[in-house]
Design a protein. Structure first.
Length: 173
């Protein structure tokens, strides 16, 4: 996200994701493939899914063959075998479908979905990557319905490209 808390510009563009910052005291960025292999499945809202489909036309599907669960009340067409759609309550999805099968569940968007998961007490860790840019406006990481949550900083890492990663614990649910 940007330093001012946005995951995309108002027009949904993410061209600013590539940082040209050079922070010599930072560490090398870890192996992306190792990180992605640690994720068991993805959960996203319908707008994020549709945006991912647009990106996939030029860059390929970013989630590989990992199970991907899209929450939506709209009828959407699946373009991949690994994608399933749900319109159930979050607790039911987590208790019946996700928790029995997966350990590392990655919520990739959007702001309403992230806020809903947090407010329902279904998040035990938040991993934020902050890029060295101020956008001024755009699509926020969390929406305005987010409740107050106290967090415990577990780690922070500054990378040579200027990205700062912070990992916060929410406690167990």
């Amino acid at each position: 996200m940007s330093l001012d808390g946005f995951v995309a510009k108002k027009d949904k563009s993410i061209d600013w994701f590539e940082s040209s910052c050079d922070f010599e005291n930072g560490v090398d960025f870890p192996n992306t493939e190792t990180f992605l292999n640690s994720i068991d499945c993805y959960v996203m809202g319908s707008s994020t899914y549709e945006f991912a489909l647009q990106l996939a036309e030029e860059h390929g599907w970013p989630y590989g063959n990992k199970p991907t669960f899209v929450l939506s009340t709209r009828e959407l067409k699946s373009e991949r075998e690994s994608v399933e759609f749900f319109s159930v309550h979050l607790e039911k999805l987590v208790d019946e479908k996700l928790r029995p099968r997966f350990k590392n569940i990655w919520i990739v968007g959007g702001s309403k979905l992230a806020s809903d998961f947090l407010n329902a007490g279904l998040v035990n860790e938040i991993n934020l990557g902050i890029l060295p840019i101020l956008l001024g406006e755009g699509i926020p990481v969390f929406n305005s319905h987010l409740q107050e949550h106290k967090l415990q900083l577990k780690s922070s890492t500054a990378y040579k490209n200027g990205l700062v990663e912070m990992v916060y614990s929410m406690g167990q649910f």
